[in-house]
Design a protein around this ligand. Structure first.
Ligand code: BGC
Length: 738
């Protein structure tokens, strides 16, 4: 159901001729106006904004969601300006609008493209009912650094998973047809490499060799372009010495010339102006020159285009044709959205916001996003008949707001179902629920209530601990150098542990947390990300075993922050570590300190493995994989091969498993990762049921950029695994031949 790019969309509709004719009537000032996006902000339309719209000096407004004001903005643009060009109304609709879905990294843990698509579709419909016609999503930055706050907004560490889910989001937002009511334009961001910010500090410099850029960071963007994303937003960062907003290689060579993108490119907030702060340009005029020349079509928030493009044209430094091209890129999207025909939004459509269907999808999405990381002695699911009382403890047990996550401009905490609410509801009169928040916030260091918490824990049959991070601790500019549970939460766990009751932790957070210091203190652990509006309901369903946890990690969980970056698809190195050859710092042989070390790529204090690998997640049942096979050993370039394995539910619980397929290209023109995800599928199995899962691999799926940055498929030997995580052991191989 992939749509196509803006220009392809208007092909044959008369759209191209329409916008070309319109362009012919525009003055230079009106053309530049289309390239300017301004913040609407307040709950009224200020005179200067009104005047600018009337003069045709603005092409897009962001951050207005009052449908009456949005309609009024459109009315001024359409009825009071000379040419009546409607506006793009932009908004960060990132993980839901009023109905809040799990944060994107949580949605990625569902490994469910169809569900992710439905979530985006709901978000688009809700946003569109206020007049918003363009979202700044999906964020497709490959994120291998959980210190980076924006990991919350990402689809994780893997290019394939991020590509599949990013494409699903684009399709969800844009629908079958951009001009349909409820479809909105989407925007792949932040182009490109933003996730590689040094030391996980937001906005920091990125240095990514071109080969790595192409094989890893650009991949999800390319998929989004192929899926018909209508806009691309530049990253704030410096990429290999040239900030992304002035990076001609990225914006023209890759995006336009190689990928044939024909939507438009928007800068990030003020990022054109910031070119001077980076030290790339001397002043705003040069920033406007660099950004437009490099391929930015629309400037967000700052005013360098508005103030300087006309003199740059007058001086002959920027050609009017270049401006015309940017204007056409933007008008093409406006036309594809159907804005010229129907610029207004029916305020009555607001009534369908947060409807039962939307809440149902939010609940399913939360449920499928939750990853069970530990479950010793069948601590979960809770068996109601064996419980008289439950302690519910922790700062996030009853926090309608915090469970929503980072991008919730429009999210409504009043709609939230918290875990405490859902557990109480579920427990009814049969089970006594004893609640204490324990700590005021996840960051607080006040241990005053710990005695009271212990008393409650002792008086209860089991303890549910709701810990993690408030939403403010992740997201843009909210980075952390230490990614342990903040404050004294680890002490709270220790304290509760001493009470001798089963301890079940539910962690809500915007990033992977280093859980090494608490994992042995708990019997079970559910990692719930920030699960959104229906988070509590979904958590209760899993705790009480209405359904089995089925989420899998879209990003590795380090043992220690010092291991970062740690991701499953690393290169092998010349001295790969192995379980057999690592020595712990405490075990170095004093008589042979050198030789005992093993001389491979590991840390003396933490080894080389994460605490939980990519793709990992437990279930209430037991899944067994066996009989892996390829339908043949050799495949020619241009052909496909089918790899299959039997998957059996050998436990007692009906559940879903996410079967994953990984390959390794043993020898390459450039070195290849030790494993690469190439397929995945959710499989539903009743106890005792067996299904064969098969994956088709086309030789194109094995393509990579070589040392000359050419996309190639090389003949050679491949290993392949099918299993339940990136540590899958069931293995076979095949050969690609010419
Ligand atoms: C963020 C973008 C966002 C934009 C508009 C920027 O600060 O980096 O992701 O879309 O603001 O709100």
């Amino acid at each position: 159901m992939a749509s196509s790019n803006a220009f392809q969309l208007i092909e044959g509709t008369g759209g191209k001729e329409f916008i070309q004719t319109l362009l012919g009537k525009m003055t230079l000032a009106e053309k530049i106006g289309q390239l300017c996006q301004v913040n609407a902000g307040d709950n009224h339309i200020p005179d200067n904004l009104h005047n600018d719209l009337k003069e045709g000096l603005i092409g897009s407004v962001l951050n207005q969601v009052d449908v009456k004001l949005v309609n009024e903005l459109q009315r001024i643009a359409v009825e009071e300006s000379r040419l009546g060009i409607p506006l793009l109304i932009g908004r960060d609709v990132i993980h839901g609008f009023k109905t809040v879905l799990p944060i994107p990294v949580g949605q990625a843990a569902t490994w469910n493209p169809d569900l992710v698509r439905k979530g985006a579709e709901i978000a688009a419909k809700e946003a569109a009912s206020t007049g918003v016609n363009w979202t700044f999503a999906p964020m497709l930055d490959i994120s291998r650094d959980p210190r980076w706050g924006r990991v919350a907004e990402s689809l994780g560490e893997d290019p394939y998973l991020a590509s599949e889910l990013g494409e699903a989001m684009v399709n969800g937002f844009q629908g079958e047809n951009l001009s349909d009511i409820g479809s909105i334009a989407s925007c792949a961001k932040h182009f490109a490499g933003y996730g590689a910010a040094e030391s996980g500090r937001d906005y920091a410099t990125t240095n990514i060799p071109e080969n790595e850029l192409r094989n890893v960071y650009l991949k999800p963007f390319h998929s989004a372009v192929n899926a018909g994303v209508t806009a691309v937003m530049t990253s704030f960062s410096d990429v290999n010495g040239i900030p992304a907003t002035a990076n001609e290689f990225l914006l023209r060579q890759v995006l336009r010339d190689e990928w044939l993108f024909d939507g438009f490119v928007v800068s990030d907030w003020d990022s054109v102006k910031q070119l001077s702060t980076h030290g790339l340009t001397e002043n705003d005029k040069e920033s406007a020159f660099e950004a437009l020349s490099a391929g930015v079509d629309m400037e967000m928030a700052s005013y360098t285009f508005r103030h300087h493009l006309s003199s740059l044209v007058a001086e002959g430094r920027i050609s009017e044709e270049l401006i015309d091209q940017s204007v056409l890129n933007i008008l093409g999207v406006k036309y594809a959205l159907g804005l010229f025909e129907s610029p207004y939004t029916d305020p009555d459509s607001l009534s369908s916001i947060a409807n039962p269907y939307a809440l149902g999808i939010a609940r399913q999405s939360a449920r499928e996003s939750i990853v069970m990381l530990k479950n010793d002695n069948k601590a979960l699911p809770l068996i109601e008949s064996k419980l008289n009382s439950l302690a519910v403890i922790g700062p996030l047990a009853d926090s309608a707001y915090e469970q929503l996550g980072t991008w919730i401009f429009d999210g409504d905490p009043d709609l939230s179902i918290t875990a405490l609410e859902a557990i109480k509801n579920r427990a009814g009169d049969e089970i006594q629920v004893n609640f204490h928040s324990g700590l005021e916030t996840t960051r607080s260091r006040d241990t005053n209530s710990f005695d009271e918490v212990s008393r409650i824990a002792k008086d209860s049959d089991a303890v549910l601990l709701f810990l993690g991070e408030e939403s403010i601790l992740s997201g843009e500019a909210h980075c952390r150098a230490d990614i342990n549970l903040p404050g004294v939460q680890a002490q709270l766990v220790e304290n509760v542990r001493k009470c001798g009751k089963p301890v079940i932790a539910v962690i809500m957070a915007g990033r992977p947390i280093t859980l090494t210091n608490i994992i042995d203190q708990v019997d079970a652990l559910l990692f719930a990300w920030h699960p959104g509006t229906m988070g509590g309901a979904a958590i209760a369903e899993l705790l009480f075993g209405d359904e089995s946890p089925s989420g899998k990690l879209p990003i590795s969980f380090p043992r220690h922050v010092g291991q970062i970056p740690i991701y499953y698809n690393q290169k092998n190195t010349g001295k790969p570590p192995s379980d057999k050859a690592i020595v712990h710092i405490d075990d170095i042989d004093p008589l042979a300190p050198q030789t005992s070390l093993g001389m491979t790529a590991f840390h003396l204090d933490e080894g080389f493995k994460p605490l939980f690998p990519f793709g990992f997640g437990l279930s209430y049942t037991v899944f067994k994989y066996e009989n892996i096979q390829c339908d043949r050993y050799e495949m020619k370039i241009g052909e496909s091969i089918t790899v299959s394995a039997d998957l059996m539910n050998t436990g007692e619980f009906e559940a879903e498993e996410i079967a994953q397929l990984y390959v390794r290209d043993l020898v390459g023109n450039v070195t290849r990762p030790v494993r690469e995800l190439k397929g995945f599928r959710r499989v539903h199995l009743t106890p005792g049921q067996k299904k064969t899962v098969s994956f088709e691999i086309h030789s194109d799926d094995l393509a990579f950029y070589d040392r000359n940055q050419k996309l190639i498929v090389e003949p050679g030997e491949f290993r392949v695994w099918i299993g339940g995580s990136s540590y899958a052991e069931l293995e076979t191989g095949f050969r690609v031949i010419n």
